[in-house]
Design a protein around this ligand. Structure first.
Ligand code: ZN
Length: 160
């Protein structure tokens, strides 16, 4: 079947930046899955996958505007180091998780003091032009609860 809204898509991908450096890859692991048409993935990639089918290979280059957004100035904030999650010691350039009113968020550590750190709230991939090399593994119709929730339900994937 072709990919359209409310389909669950399983795919392998390799993500590279402008310089060709590999940032992420699902190859060698389980395929990634997402529910099409529910903004589970960045808009530029979702658009490129519409109407494709299992077995198709798609390479798409996504500008920041259709990816993780442009880098916004003034998003550096000072927070207590105890609120940074994901490592014991912190150095500039590392990615930390912080809890915000909108839920957990990835931030990039800019500067580390004794008790406080400066973190950049821009998404770590903001401002990057991203190239996805995608291989569609399989496509199925989403079931009613998946469509209602707006995400894929897999055995043991999440509890709610
Ligand atoms: Zn759900």
């Amino acid at each position: 079947m072709k990919i359209s809204n409310d389909c669950v898509v399983y795919l392998h991908y390799t993500l590279t930046d402008e310089t060709g450096k590999e940032l992420e890859s699902s190859r060698g692991e389980a395929p990634m899955s997402y529910l099409h048409g529910h903004s589970n993935i960045i808009p530029g990639l979702e658009e490129a996958l519409a109407d494709k089918a299992a077995g198709d290979r798609v390479t798409v280059t996504v500008p920041p505007e259709k990816g993780y957004g442009i880098v916004q100035p003034g998003l550096v904030q000072r927070v207590a180091i105890k609120y940074l999650q994901g490592a014991k010691t912190w150095r500039p350039g590392m990615i930390a998780m912080v809890q915000t009113e909108q839920g957990p968020r990835q931030v990039q550590v800019v500067k580390v003091g004794r008790f406080m750190a400066d973190v950049d709230l821009n998404h770590p991939m903001a401002g990057k032009t991203l190239t996805f090399d995608v291989e569609i593994v399989s496509v199925r119709a989403g079931d009613a609860s998946e469509v209602a929730h707006g995400h894929v339900h897999e055995e043991g994937a999440h509890a709610h």
